[in-house]
Design a protein around this ligand. Structure first.
Ligand code: ADP
Length: 302
């Protein structure tokens, strides 16, 4: 059982020959809406990877809020803790040019209203194996959720995305930190792309660190001195958008199933999470590309 406290956004995606400059208007050639937000994406990833998943978050009273809720329900996610708050839902305005370069503005909308937890939220967190967090909702909600999890013995997994420096009162509540190289450098407060150096610094802040390395897979470090490199399956990458969300959602599922991450289980757990990230990268699109468990298992076994 996994509880996600996080964001839900509707991605409004326009493709255009080139990105507009300030003051410029360009004619686009395609438009689509896709459910997104790191919280919702990771909840969907966890549900598709086979877990019972509950999403605590907020959508607005607009039509987008209905779409976002329906999308979570369709993925089989428990949405009892999904609030509908007055005002707009979170949106991401995304322009993509023909070279796949993009330009993104996120308006948090209803996500910004998530500043406290109620009794039902606290009970859900206490009853979960894993609490999965990101940084697209107010830090106060992330911290309150982590406090509740720590008190109840629920494993706290924090995906520190979007990257930002984190206060010690939150880091002290994290069991497993999941970061890509950019996020690792920002959280560690160092300027290096040496993954060994990043891991050395991060394990002084949290007990267990998982570093994702794109096509190179993932690395793991813990406070007891364990260090591990796990390769990603070799695939033909079509679109790596949401690969990190697929990885993190699957990692949470594996942790829930195995009761945490130990030096013994780290290799198969990370290999499976890498298979999820890689499976996502073989398909176009973001949340629509998040893989089912069978696809993850197939790539894991390959
Ligand atoms: P983010 O998208 O958050 O920056 P990464 O790019 O590190 O995250 O990707 C997350 C995971 O997805 C990687 O650890 C890896 O397992 C998988 N992945 C991403 N890109 C590829 C690729 N080109 N080939 C194989 N696996 C990939």
């Amino acid at each position: 059982r996994i509880v996600v406290v996080g964001s839900a956004n509707l991605d409004l995606v326009v493709t255009a020959p080139q990105l507009p400059r300030p003051g410029e208007t360009v004619l686009g050639d395609g438009f689509r809406t896709v459910p997104g937000g790191k919280g919702a994406n990771q909840a969907v990833a966890a549900a598709r990877a086979g877990a019972y998943c509950e999403f605590l978050g907020a959508v607005g009273t607009d039509e987008f809020g209905v779409q976002l809720r329906d999308n979570l329900v369709a993925a089989g996610i428990d949405v009892r803790g999904l609030r509908t708050v007055n005002g707009p839902s979170g949106v991401a305005l995304i322009t993509v040019d023909h070279a796949a370069e993009n330009c993104i503005v996120v308006a948090p909308g209803a996500n910004a209203s998530l500043t406290s937890l109620d009794d039902a939220d606290r009970n859900a967190i206490a009853g979960a194996d894993v609490l999965l967090l990101q940084l697209e909702v107010p830090l106060v909600a992330v911290t309150r959720a982590a406090e509740r999890a720590r008190a109840a013995g629920t494993t706290v997994v924090l995906n520190a995305a979007p990257a930002r420096p984190l206060p010690p009162e939150l880091l002290d509540l994290v069991d497993v930190l999941v970061v890509n190289e950019h996020e690792a450098a920002v959280v560690a407060g160092v300027c290096t792309d040496e993954s060994a150096e990043l891991l050395d610094t991060l394990v002084t802040l949290v007990p267990q660190v998982v570093l994702t390395l794109g096509a190179r897979g993932a690395a793991y470090a813990d406070r007891d001195g364990a260090r591990l490199d796990v390769p990603a399956p070799t695939i033909d990458a079509v679109d790596t958008t949401a690969a990190g969300d697929a990885f993190t959602g699957a990692l949470a599922v594996a942790l829930a199933e195995r009761g945490g991450l130990t030096a013994d289980t780290a290799t198969p757990v990370l290999r499976w999470a890498c298979a999820a990230g890689a499976a996502c990268a073989t398909r176009p699109g973001a949340s629509t590309a998040l893989p089912e468990r069978t696809a993850v298992d197939a790539l894991f076994a390959a």
